[in-house]
Structure formats: structure tokens, C-alpha cells
Design a protein around this ligand. Structure first.
Ligand code: HGY
Ligand code: MN
Ligand code: MN
Ligand code: MN
Length: 428
């Protein structure tokens, strides 16, 4: 078909599922943990190998590849009207420790296959189509989630913070970025900012990371909103001491303060009045971490989310009040209570949702409108472009663990919906 027509959904959108599954397997070998788990942290040697692997595939698909100052990678298929804002799609390939092969990866390799499907069908884009490989979506190395898309959405606060941010090994963001071949000076960070309207639409294909689609036997999730995430860093300090010699009445145990606060997080979340409020203490470290030494310092990192921003902010306030009360009662110092991010939710764009829903119907696929409880780079792309997300089922909803799995059939369905929707939006 020439540029004026949409490829026939059923007969001409052919996904090469075998090669896509092979690529997912190959990409998963760039990992700092043993298979089937995947660990791939921003700017690490494995991350750089993964970048090279994806850039090579972009080249093989005939895309024009460029990278920005922090390593967001763009692969563009120029359309017949290249001056118009492009339609973009993408996701991430960084992976938290001991996680799975599909989170993010399906939205990068699947986007590449969607482009290949459209090229095979003879489709010619009007608006250029651009694949975005976001430099880092997970908060693992520098404690901030969606680092690349947050900057693209124009976060001055993050650009400022990254001038002094260091990782757990005390390596600065600037040093780590330049070691991976990116920026060498913090003045370059703000060159990543994109203007509102840079894209006519942004779509992300992603595994659901929840059990609903699989349980209900539905092929495609069309995301209507992304929940509001927040993260908090807390430190308590006590005097520590000898586990045998210091009697209980004379202790101010920073470890027990942390334990009590973790339970307080659960209490405040459960009493929020809604099942949609969640809270997790995923990091809880004790110093010095010796069996016979009373913890003199404790470090907790709290993740709390809700689809209702106000309700989530109320939980944060209560957690702060508990931290203060526990510190006083236990005579420990609350040496840090730092809200790292407290983001609003994002809503998908109506016309993008409509395009996705009609694609699922033309492909004879069942679909369900749903909320994403996980955050994604789409949460920030929604600040500068109409956004939409396509979910595919994943095994028992497992994610952020090695058992994460999506079937070739489910991945192919997602790729077809993405390809058809990209074609529709490109011709608008
Ligand atoms: O934590 C999240 O929601 C995302 O999957 N990183
Ligand atoms: Mn994730
Ligand atoms: Mn993800
Ligand atoms: Mn995510």
C-alpha cells in the first residue's frame, strides 16, 4: 500500500515471533546475575552491551539512530512529511537486580518488530515513526525512577540534583554517564529536555506486571491512567553498642526504629480507605550489620503509590508523623526523611485510546481498559505528548522476578496492535 493507506490488519501484519523471542533471549544474556534472572543497571558494562545490541538492530531496520546527552537512544523511520511532529514509541531495557527478561524489553524489541512488520507490509509513514530506548527507567543506581523520560519532560529539579548525585559506590552520575560514552559536563544535562508537542503521540507496549489479563483471558490491556508513585529515604541514628553489655533500658536501637516504621507504612496504607493504596519497604539496611552490635544507624527506602494522588499524599504525611513519633519515643535521631519523588498520576489521551481500541477490534483481539499500577516512562512522556499504553498478559502477573514470562503469541498480539496504531497515528 502507498502512504495513504493502512495495511490490512489481518493479512499483511506479519510478526516474526521466532526472531523476536530469540532477540529477547539474547538481550537477557547481558546481565550481572545468572539466567533466568536479569540484572542490568544504568551505565554498567552489561547496560552498554545491551545498548550496542539494540542500536545494531535499529540500524538493521533502516532507522536513523541518535543518542542524547544521558543516553536516551532514538531510532527514526522518516515519513513523507518529516517536518511534522513524529509518532514515538518505546520503553526501557534496564533491569532491577534479579528481575526478569520482559519488563521494558518487550516495549523496545517489540517496537522494533512493529516497525519491521510495517515495512514488510509496504506501509509508508506520513509522520515519521521514532523508537525511544529510555536510558534508565528503574531507580536502582541513582535512586530516581524514569531518569531519562523525567529529563525529557523537562525536570529542572532532576537536572540540578544530578550535578551532585552519587551511587552506592560513591561514583557520580556525571562520571558514570561519561564512562558509558555520554555527557562529560553537567551543563549538558538540560540539552535532554524536549519541548511540549515534540511528538504527536507517544505509545508504550509493556507487560501488565499484574494478573488481570491472564485471569480474565483477555489479550490486550488499553491503559487509561498510570498510578501516582512516590519514594522516600529515611535514616535513623542511635548510639549502638555491645549487644551483650548494654542492658535493654539503656538502648536506643536504630534498627528497631526502622522495623517499627516499616510496620507503620503498612498500617497507614491499609487504613487509607482504598485497596488502590500500596506501600513497600524494599530497602532496609542496618549499620554496622554485625550480629553482636546494636544497630547505630538504619536506612530505609519506602515506595508508596495510589491512583488517587491526594490519598497517597495523606499516607506520606502519616508516615512522616510516625517516623518523628518513633524517633522521639525510642530516643533515636531521625537524621533523614527525604521525599525523592512524589509524582502525580498520568491520564492516557482519548484519541490514542480510541486508536488502540479500534486496532484491537480490527485484529479480532479482546481488550480491557485498565489502570497501570506500575509506573513507566509513559508517566513522564504524558507531560509533553498525548500518551497511550498497550499491555499484554504475563504469567501469573509475575514481574521484577526471574519467573517473569509472556508468551510469543501474547507478545505478537501486542506488536500487531502497536504496529497498526502507529500506522493510524502516522497518517493523521
Ligand atoms: O516500579 C515500577 O513500577 C516499574 O516497573 N519500575
Ligand atoms: Mn520495572
Ligand atoms: Mn518497565
Ligand atoms: Mn515501569
Amino acid at each position: 500500500p502507498s502512504s495513504s493507506s493502512i495495511p490490512n490488519p489481518i493479512s499483511s501484519l506479519l510478526v516474526d515471533a521466532d526472531s523476536l523471542v530469540k532477540q529477547i533471549e539474547e538481550l537477557s544474556t547481558f546481565s550481572d546475575s545468572p539466567s533466568p534472572s536479569v540484572t542490568r543497571v544504568l551505565y554498567s558494562e552489561k547496560d552498554v552491551l545491551a545498548r550496542r545490541y539494540v542500536k545494531n538492530l535499529m540500524g538493521l531496520s533502516g532507522l536513523f539512530v541518535r543518542e542524547d546527552a544521558v543516553g536516551n537512544i532514538f531510532g527514526r523511520w522518516e515519513g513523507s512529511e518529516p517536518e511534522l511532529p513524529a509518532v514515538a514509541t518505546g520503553s526501557h531495557v534496564d533491569a532491577i537486580p534479579f528481575s526478569g527478561k520482559y519488563d521494558g524489553v518487550v516495549g523496545v524489541l517489540g517496537a522494533l518488530e512493529a516497525i519491521n512488520v510495517l515495512k514488510r507490509s509496504g506501509f509508508k509513514p506520513k509522520r515519521s515513526l521514532e523508537i525511544i530506548f529510555f536510558t534508565s527507567e528503574e531507580p536502582t543506581r541513582f535512586g530516581i525512577s524514569c531518569l531519562g523520560s523525567r529529563l525529557m519532560a523537562g525536570s529542572d529539579a532532576l537536572a540540578k540534583a544530578l550535578e551532585t548525585t552519587v551511587d552506592a559506590q560513591n561514583i557520580s552520575f556525571i562520571e558514570a554517564a561519561s564512562s558509558a560514552g555520554y555527557l562529560t559536563d553537567s551543563a549538558q544535562i538540560s540539552t535532554v529536555f524536549l519541548k511540549k508537542g515534540s511528538y504527536s503521540a507517544f505509545l508504550e507496549l509493556h507487560i501488565e506486571q499484574g494478573p488481570i489479563l491472564e485471569e480474565e483471558g483477555i489479550s490486550i490491556g488499553v491503559v487509561t491512567a498510570i498510578a501516582a508513585p512516590a519514594s522516600i529515604k529515611v535514616e535513623f541514628e542511635g548510639t549502638g553498642g555491645h549487644a551483650g553489655a548494654v542492658l535493654m533500658p539503656y538502648r536506643n536501637d536504630a534498627g528497631l526504629a526502622a522495623a517499627e516504621l516499616a510496620l507503620a507504612v503498612e498500617k497507614h496504607v491499609l487504613s487509607s480507605g482504598s485497596i488502590d493504596t500500596v506501600g513497600t519497604v524494599g530497602i532496609l539496611e542496618l549499620h554496622p550489620g554485625a550480629i553482636n552490635s546494636i544497630p547505630s544507624k538504619s536506612h530505609l527506602e519506602i515506595d508508596t503509590r495510589d491512583i488517587d494522588e491526594e490519598r497517597r499524599n495523606t499516607v506520606i504525611k502519616k508516615i512522616h508523623e510516625s517516623a518523628t513519633e518513633i524517633a522521639q519515643r525510642r530516643r533515636v535521631k531521625l537524621s533523614e526523611f527525604k521525599i525523592i519523588n512524589q509524582d502525580p498520576p498520568a491520564h492516557s489521551d482519548k484519541s490514542v485510546i480510541e486508536a488502540m481500541v479500534s486496532s484491537t477490534k480490527e485484529l479480532n483481539l479482546t481488550h480491557k481498559l485498565m489502570i497501570s499500577r506500575a509506573y513507566h516512562d509513559s508517566l513522564f512522556m504524558a507531560r509533553i505528548s498525548p500518551m497511550g499504553m498497550i499491555f499484554i498478559p504475563c504469567y501469573k502477573g509475575y514481574s521484577h522476578k526471574p519467573e517473569e514470562f509472556s508468551s510469543p503469541q501474547d507478545i505478537s498480539n501486542g506488536v500487531k496492535v502497536l504496529a497498526l496504531t502507529l500506522a493510524k497515528l502516522s497518517l493523521q
